[in-house]
Design a protein around this ligand. Structure first.
Ligand SMILES: *Cc1c(COP(=O)(O)O)cnc(C)c1O
Length: 396
């Protein structure tokens, strides 16, 4: 019996260029983003310039984490305590956490069996709730129909914040994920598409939002030193009215990220080759449901999701256990106890008056997830996929 023996949490090393640049920063001692010589652009400045250019947006702010970026994005968007925020019920814990942190009240929208936000439910809840914000989480890299999302946002006057933690490098109809909304937030945490351990990037086209975001991130009144923020006049009010919620990025992290950003396109291709290698094999197993992914969606296959719609919780528990014995680590969004990153909306008990969402619950009940790190070869991916199919058929 074949067994797989590599780690599902092992990412690739930081590129040598990033290591060299990080060493330079450490030798200089100037790790703080505002600790630059006259006329010098620090690593954080350069990262912001390069990321804004990559995405084609006017403003970019590097910060401490993706969740932090979402939190200040909502505050900078003008969210007031108690304001409703539409968001995906199927998402990662930092998303409801950021809504809570900003004082908003989430209105969770159902997930479809293609693992995207349910747009009929979104429309219904936009109408019924009167919410003025949509925090759209492209959870696990699945892009919903962005044309319809934009139409809904226009119709209900929703301020759109995109959570692009899993869609850095992805696009819809040739338009980059993160350029549809009013604000977009990215993560550079180890398991996303660029890795500095922790880190976040906030982008926007709105000068007033960016001015506030810069102040929130803790600019010590050095906002004039930013290269991808609006001119100083935009800070006339924001500088007095915006508290400092310290959460800057430092030059060391930015130094590590810049070469990875330059490689992003190549890395995304490599992820997709691996995704396809797994997908092509498990697609032959009739018990496995795979999401429909429209041609318009160019995604980044850094993880794969599939369902076992006819399986009971006991069968799924067995699939996971037997896969694990054979070295294949699956995560399950249907587990009653949240584990790893699979926490479910009903485990966020700090949220008041959480309605039950039976549709979402039914979909998450059979939804499995697997990371695909780039340290896996294509042969590894084929072996893993064959193990999954074997085990699913054995447990059927
Ligand atoms: C990782 C992640 C975030 C934020 O990540 P941080 O760990 O705070 O950088 C936000 N949303 C989703 C869906 C994520 O997976």
């Amino acid at each position: 019996m074949k067994v797989f023996n590599k780690s599902f949490t092992q990412q690739e090393p930081i590129p040598q260029k990033g290591i060299d640049a990080a060493l330079e920063v450490m030798k200089s001692g100037r790790l703080h983003r505002y600790n630059t010589l006259p006329g010098e652009k620090g690593e954080v400045d350069l990262l912001e310039l390069e990321f804004a250019e990559y995405l084609g947006v006017p403003y970019c702010l590097a910060c401490a984490s993706g969740g932090y970026a979402i939190h200040i994005a909502m505050r900078a968007a003008g969210l007031q305590p108690g304001d409703k925020v539409l968001s995906n019920a199927f998402t990662l814990a930092p998303v409801p956490g950021a809504i809570h942190n900003s004082g908003g009240e989430p209105v969770f929208v159902d997930v479809t069996d293609d693992y995207c936000i349910d747009l009929d439910d979104l429309e219904l809840k936009a109408r019924e709730s009167g919410a003025k914000f949509l925090l759209l989480s492209h959870m696990r890299g699945h892009l919903a129909d962005m044309d319809r999302i934009i139409a809904i946002c226009n119709q209900y006057d929703l301020f759109l914040i995109e959570d692009c933690a899993h869609t850095m490098g992805a696009s819809w109809n040739g338009v980059k994920s993160g350029t549809f909304g009013d604000v977009a937030c990215f993560s550079a945490q180890t398991y996303k598409h660029i890795n500095s351990g922790e880190g976040g990037l906030l982008t926007t086209k709105h000068a007033d939002v960016m001015a506030k975001a810069v102040m929130y991130s803790g600019s010590y009144m050095l906002f004039a030193n930013h290269h991808k923020a609006p001119p100083v006049e935009a800070f006339d009010d924001a500088r007095y009215e915006t508290p400092n919620y310290s959460g800057r990025m430092d030059n060391l992290r930015a130094a590590i990220l810049r070469p990875q950003l330059a490689d992003l396109e190549t890395q995304c291709k490599r992820w997709n080759e691996r995704y396809d290698a797994v997908n092509d094999i498990i697609a032959n197993c009739s018990s496995i449901h795979l999401p429909n992914r429209p041609e318009a969606e160019v995604f980044v296959g850094s993880s794969i999701q599939f369902s076992l719609p006819t399986f009971t919780p006991e069968q799924i528990t067995k699939v996971i256990a037997v896969c694990e014995e054979r070295g294949v680590m699956l995560k399950w969004f249907g587990n009653a106890v949240p584990m790893g990153y699979t926490s479910r909306y009903d485990s966020w008990k700090y949220i008041k008056d959480m309605p039950s969402l039976p549709t979402t619950e039914a979909i998450l009940a059979t939804l499995l997830d697997m990371r695909i790190p780039l340290t896996f070869t294509l042969e590894d991916c084929q072996l893993i996929a064959n193990i999954i199919v074997d085990v699913v058929e054995e447990c059927f």
